[in-house]
Design a protein around this ligand. Structure first.
Ligand code: BES
Ligand code: MN
Ligand code: ZN
Length: 461
């Protein structure tokens, strides 16, 4: 899919005219095309296509609707590739306010399919954009595809070891260092919560703490943390089957962290990057952590496990403590942390949490310009005491009265958050149904915006 956007080709591509509904009449100058448009009810609605044939029945040109100029959404371009026959295409004019490379990125993302288990050929649609530097767009598309592939890969083929292998691949590509602490070594290296959550898995799927380091030591440290639960059965507080069905995606945060790290390294951002991935399986066995168990943590706080299904915040607690030791200028974590986040905002709009107003504004601004939406929710301190435990420092299952599950999970993490600016993203990482350019299955959320935010924050561009 990353060769879907190219700067040059041997032959000029078939012209694609992007049209807004406002400009439709002006654009359809030729009577022949006007007639076709009328017959096909082409109104340039967002995602609508009009294919104009030549006299040999081949494609002469294409009109693709973007809806009204005021409501233009970059992501509409994701719906284009699937509507085109195989071949090379070129955009004739760029609509006002849209960047060529951004359009190309959306197009590239629209060609994504998860084909690891399919034997069909890919569609072979390419967008040619002469004179536009697409190297970065290609890197971003490739990183997002990596995240989506990881999320889509079922747990039998993606255990903690496979996450480690993929992280090592990425590290090697960009000359990053990587250290991995596995199994019972997690205890001697003081990651007790990561160990406890993954303890029930079979030995070849043992827990690990993956730490990837890249960039000059004198650059500001940015830590990116991802929840890597390769499968979430719920543990002894087992999930009902309907809730467990898609829990292969519970390593979505890890996939996102690795993908964002890949973008940062490919883009050579002037920062010192640390990616932290606690990779575990929340399995069930005689050795599984039990409801009521009290865990120690890297920070030294004790956690009463009121519910073994609130496992993500346990492993993130240790990872956040590790981040603090690295004196970060900024810490981001991404996690498929709560069902409550989806209830609050639905599958398309991930909530994020931070008490840093500048960071929040930068995140919102970058999300807006990249068309990668997020929505800020508060860390409402009134709900803090829902995390009080009678016999430990904190509990992992907030008392029901507080209700706001995404928020109480974020408040839990905040107890372990490092000094300095920190933002937490509770992502869904999944398209529950197919829509144009967004096939059902794994989805990359928030990281294109975060990459843009980091570029601005650390590079000034
Ligand atoms: N991985 C789940 C959260 C989840 C569920 C994300 C469905 C996306 C879709 C997480 O580990 C979990 O089970 N959370 C519990 C927490 C509760 C037990 C306090 C939840 O959200 O119900
Ligand atoms: Mn869970
Ligand atoms: Zn989980």
């Amino acid at each position: 899919m990353t060769d879907a956007i190219i700067e040059t080709s041997e032959r000029p591509g078939t012209p694609v005219h992007l049209v807004t509904s406002d400009s439709l009449d002006a654009v359809l100058a030729e009577t022949f095309v006007q007639g076709l448009a009328q017959a096909a009810d082409f109104k340039a609605r967002a995602g609508q296509i009009l294919i104009v044939p030549n006299d040999q029945g081949k494609v002469r040109e294409v009109y693709f609707g973007l809806g009204s100029q005021a409501g233009i959404n970059l992501q509409t371009l994701r719906g284009l590739p699937a509507k085109l026959p195989p071949g090379d295409f070129t955009l004739t004019t760029l609509p006002e306010g849209l960047d060529a490379a951004d359009l190309a990125l959306a197009f590239a993302q629209g060609t994504y399919r998860f084909d690891r288990y399919k034997t069909r050929d890919p569609a072979g649609v390419r967008l040619v954009m002469p004179g536009v530097d697409l190297a970065e767009a290609r890197q971003i598309a490739q990183a997002c595809a990596l995240a989506r592939d990881m999320i889509n890969t079922p747990a039998n083929d993606l255990g903690p070891l496979q996450i480690e292998t993929l992280a090592r691949d990425v590290a090697q590509t960009f000359g990053a260092e990587i250290t991995v602490i596995t199994g019972d070594d997690l205890l001697t290296h003081n990651y007790p919560a990561v160990h406890a959550v993954g303890r029930a898995a079979v030995p070849h799927r043992a827990s690990r703490m993956i730490e990837l380091t890249w960039g000059q030591p004198d650059h500001p440290v940015v830590v990116v943390i991802g929840k890597g639960v390769v499968f979430d059965t719920g543990g002894l507080d087992i999930k009902p089957s309907s809730s467990m069905r898609f829990m292969k995606k519970d390593m979505g945060g890890a996939a996102h962290a690795l993908a964002l790290g890949r973008m940062i390294m490919a883009g050579k951002l002037p920062l010192r990057l640390i990616v932290l991935i606690p990779a575990v399986e929340n399995a069930i066995s005689g050795d599984a952590m039990r409801p009521g168990d009290i865990l120690s943590t890297r920070k030294g706080l004790t956690i009463e496990v009121g519910n073994t299904d609130a496992e993500g915040r346990l492993i993130l607690a240790d990872a956040l403590t590790r981040a603090d030791e690295l004196n970060p200028a900024l810490t981001l974590d991404l996690a498929t942390l709560t069902g409550a986040a989806r209830v609050a905002l639905g599958p398309q709009l991930p909530p994020f949490f931070t008490d840093d107003e500048d960071l929040a504004r930068q995140i919102e601004q970058a999300a807006q310009t990249t068309g990668d939406p997020v929505w800020r929710l508060p860390l409402w301190k009134g709900y803090l005491d829902s995390l009080d435990s009678d016999i430990a420092d904190i509990r992992n299952d907030p008392d029901g009265w507080a209700q706001a599950g995404a928020m109480t999970a974020a408040l839990f993490l905040q107890r372990f958050a490092p000094k300095g600016p920190w933002a937490h993203f509770d992502i869904f990482a999944w398209n529950p149904r197919s829509r144009p350019g967004f096939p059902s299955g794994g989805e990359a959320q928030a990281i294109r915006g975060l990459y843009q935010m980091l570029r601005t924050r650390f590079h000034g561009v």
